[in-house]
Design a protein around this ligand. Structure first.
Ligand code: FAD
Length: 465
C-alpha cells in the first residue's frame, strides 16, 4: 500500500475555511444588485464560450482538502479543489474518490454541479452520488448545508446539473474507496459495437471477466469496424512491468498496441489527461520530434485549454484557414448518454453523419437506484453508456454552422438519451425544461435565488449568457 500521510491539522484548516466563507459572503453581498455574478476561477473545463471571469467572485482560496477520515473513508473538500489536488491528498492514505474525472483541473464543485464520469461509474455512478453533505453559497447570499435528510434535501438532490445557477458549492463531504498500488489493464479488441456491448453488459452484471474481478471499464470506438474495451483490475502485488504515460509514451495508442498493461494507480487516474484523450494531436505534440522538446510537466489538459482559449479569443486558426481557402469547420465537443441497448444505433448514425473518430465510451449506472436527481434524471435501473467526442468537422457550403451539433442533439433525444450541458445546446425552452427537471428547478430557484442574482439554467446553457 502507499505510505500513510500524517494526519492534517483539521481544526486549523476548518477555522480558516470558516473565515474564508465569511469573507466570500461579504464579497457576494457587496456586489451591486443587477450586476452579473461569476466565479473567477483559474481553470475551466467548460466548452461553451462564456463571458470573461474578470470581476467575478474570487474563490481561488477554496482549493484544498480540509480533512480526511481514513476510518470512515470520507474527505471534507473545498469546492474549488482540483481533482489533482484531491487525489494528491487521498492517495497517501491508500484511498481515492469513488469517481475521479479524467482531467486534472476539473474541480470537485464543477463535477458536482456540471456532472462527471469515469471508468468506475459503472459501479459508483457520477461524482455527486458519493456526496454526504454540501455547503452551498446560495443565490440569495446564505450559506446552507444540504444533506439528503435535512430541510435542504431538495437542494442536495437538485444541485447536480444546476451549473452554478442555484449557488456555489464551497465544501463537500465525499466518500472514498481503497486503492492498491497498481492497476492491471486488459485491452479487448472487437470488430463490432454489438460484440463490445455484449461484453460491457456481462462485465457490468458480474463484475468479473474471465475469472478476474474488474474495477474499471471504459472503451474507444475507433470507427465502424473497430472498438476496444479496457478492463482495469486492482493489483496489490508488484506486476511484471509498469508503464507510464506521462512522458514520451502515448496512452491512447497503447490501447490498440497492447493486450495488457500495468500502471501505478496515479498514472491510471491521469492516463487520459496527458494527451487530453487524443486531442493533443491538434497541437502537434504527438510528433516524436516535437514531443521530445516539450517538458513533460506541460503535457497536460490545462496547457491545451490555455492554447485553445487563446485561439478562441483571437481566432488565429480560423483566420489562417480562411486565408488558405480551407472549408469552415464546426467544433463538435459533446458528451452524451444513451442506454446500452441503443449504443449500436447511435454509433451507426454517428458514423454516417458526423466525421469524427475516435469516440470515448464509458458505462454508467446509478449507485443507488432509490435516489433521483431531478435535473439529470437517468433511469436508475438502466445501464447507460457515455459517449465523448471532442473535435471539429468541415462544413459543406451553405450548411448550418451548428449542423452536426444539432444532429447529435436530435439523435440523442430520439434514442431516449441525455446530453451533458457543458457545451453548446439548441433545445427550445419547452423541450429543455421537460428534459432537465423544469418543475423542480423552478421551485429551487424560488427558494434559493428568488431575485435571480444568478442566471437561470436555460440562459446559461442554451443562450450562453
Ligand atoms: C473537452 C471536454 C471533455 C470533458 N471530459 C470529461 C470527462 O472525461 N469526464 C468528466 O467527468 N467530465 C468531462 N467534462 C465535463 C466537465 O467535468 C464539466 O464541464 C465540469 O463542470 C467542469 O468542471 P470545472 O471544475 O472545470 O468547472 P468550470 O469549467 O470552471 O465550470 C463549469 C460550470 O460549473 C460552475 N461551477 C464551477 N465550480 C462550481 C462550484 N464550486 N459550485 C457551483 N458551480 C460551479 C461554473 O459556473 C460553470 O457553469 C469534459 C468537458 C470538456 C469541455
Amino acid at each position: 500500500m502507499p505510505p500513510v500521510a500524517p494526519a492534517v491539522a483539521p481544526s486549523e484548516a476548518w477555522a480558516a475555511y470558516r473565515r474564508r466563507v465569511a469573507g466570500l459572503v461579504e464579497q457576494y453581498r457587496a456586489l451591486p444588485a443587477g450586476s452579473p455574478v461569476r466565479l473567477a476561477k483559474r481553470t475551466s473545463n467548460l466548452f461553451r464560450p462564456r463571458a470573461s471571469a474578470a470581476g467575478g467572485l474570487d474563490v481561488a482560496a477554496f482549493d484544498g482538502v480540509l480533512s480526511i477520515d481514513p476510518d470512515a473513508r470520507t474527505a471534507d473538500v473545498q469546492g474549488m479543489t482540483t481533482y489533482e489536488h484531491l487525489v494528491d491528498a487521498t492517495l497517501p492514505h491508500g484511498l481515492m474518490p469513488l469517481v475521479v474525472p479524467e482531467l486534472r483541473t476539473i474541480t470537485l464543485g464543477g463535477a458536482l454541479t456540471g456532472l462527471g464520469i469515469e471508468s468506475s461509474s459503472w459501479r459508483n455512478g457520477m461524482p455527486h452520488e458519493s456526496v454526504l453533505e454540501l455547503d452551498v453559497l446560495t443565490g440569495d447570499g446564505r450559506v446552507v448545508t444540504a444533506r439528503p435528510d435535512n430541510e435542504h434535501r431538495d437542494l442536495f438532490f437538485g444541485f447536480p446539473n444546476s451549473y452554478g445557477t442555484l449557488g456555489y458549492a464551497l465544501r463537500a463531504r465525499i466518500l472514498l474507496e481503497p486503492v492498491t498500488p497498481w492497476v492491471h489493464l486488459r485491452h479487448l479488441a472487437f470488430g463490432s459495437v454489438a460484440a463490445l456491448a455484449g461484453t460491457v453488459r456481462e462485465v457490468c452484471a458480474t463484475g468479473t471477466h474471465e475469472g478476474e474481478p474488474v474495477a474499471f471499464v471504459d472503451g474507444v470506438w475507433w470507427g465502424p469496424q473497430e472498438c476496444t474495451l479496457t478492463l482495469g483490475s486492482w493489483q496489490a502485488d508488484p506486476p511484471p512491468v509498469v508503464h507510464s504515460y506521462g512522458g514520451q509514451a502515448i496512452y491512447y495508442r497503447s490501447v490498440r498496441a497492447r493486450s495488457e498493461d500495468w500502471l501505478t494507480v496515479r498514472d491510471y487516474l491521469w492516463r487520459w489527461d496527458t494527451d487530453w484523450f487524443w486531442c493533443s494531436r491538434a497541437f502537434g505534440v504527438q510528433r516524436p520530434g516535437v514531443r521530445r522538446l516539450v517538458p513533460p510537466r506541460l503535457l497536460r489538459s490545462d496547457t491545451y485549454w490555455r492554447i485553445l482559449a487563446f485561439e478562441q479569443r483571437f481566432g488565429v486558426k480560423g483566420a489562417l484557414d480562411r486565408l488558405l481557402g480551407q472549408p469552415e469547420r464546426e467544433a463538435v465537443v459533446q458528451d452524451v448518454e444513451v442506454p446500452l441497448e441503443r449504443l449500436e444505433a447511435f454509433l451507426e448514425g454517428f458514423a454516417r453523419e458526423v466525421p469524427i473518430e475516435p469516440v470515448w465510451l464509458c458505462p454508467l449506472r446509478s449507485r443507488d437506484p432509490g435516489r433521483r436527481w431531478p435535473l439529470y434524471d437517468l433511469d436508475p435501473d438502466a445501464l447507460w453508456v457515455n459517449l465523448g467526442f471532442w473535435s471539429s468537422c468541415p462544413l459543406a457550403p451553405g450548411m448550418d454552422p451548428d449542423h452536426h451539433n444539432r444532429w447529435v442533439e436530435a439523435e440523442v433525444d430520439r434514442l431516449g438519451g441525455r446530453k451533458s450541458l457543458y457545451s453548446t445546446s439548441f433545445y427550445d425552452e419547452e423541450r429543455f425544461w421537460s428534459l432537465y427537471g423544469g418543475g423542480d428547478y423552478r421551485r429551487l430557484k424560488a427558494a434559493y435565488d428568488p431575485d435571480g442574482r444568478l442566471l437561470d439554467l436555460y440562459q446559461k446553457c442554451v443562450q450562453r449568457r
